[in-house]
Write a protein that binds this ligand. Structure first.
Ligand SMILES: [Zn+2]
Length: 75
């Protein structure tokens, strides 16, 4: 199991709005949020989406409008 430390200082739950959520800080360097009211959890995939969205914003701020790499077209 991961070694996590819980803090009751997370942001409001995006599912039910309860605050604060529990914030678990892992020794590996990432965080998870858990809502004690409705059971909502931010899983790893959600965190990846969050970072990807942030990265897209930063790339746009750099003005780099390079087209996406070609994808193989297979039906
Ligand atoms: Zn909740």
């Amino acid at each position: 199991m991961f070694d996590a430390e819980g803090h009751e200082d997370g942001p409001a739950c995006p599912a039910c709005g309860a605050a604060p959520t529990w914030r678990f800080v892992y020794a590996e360097g990432f965080e998870e949020l858990e809502c004690r009211a409705c059971g909502w959890r931010s899983d790893e995939e959600a965190l990846h989406d969050l970072r990807r969205a942030t990265g897209e914003v930063l790339e746009r701020e750099h003005g780099d409008t390079a087209p996406p790499l070609g994808r193989p077209l297979r039906a």
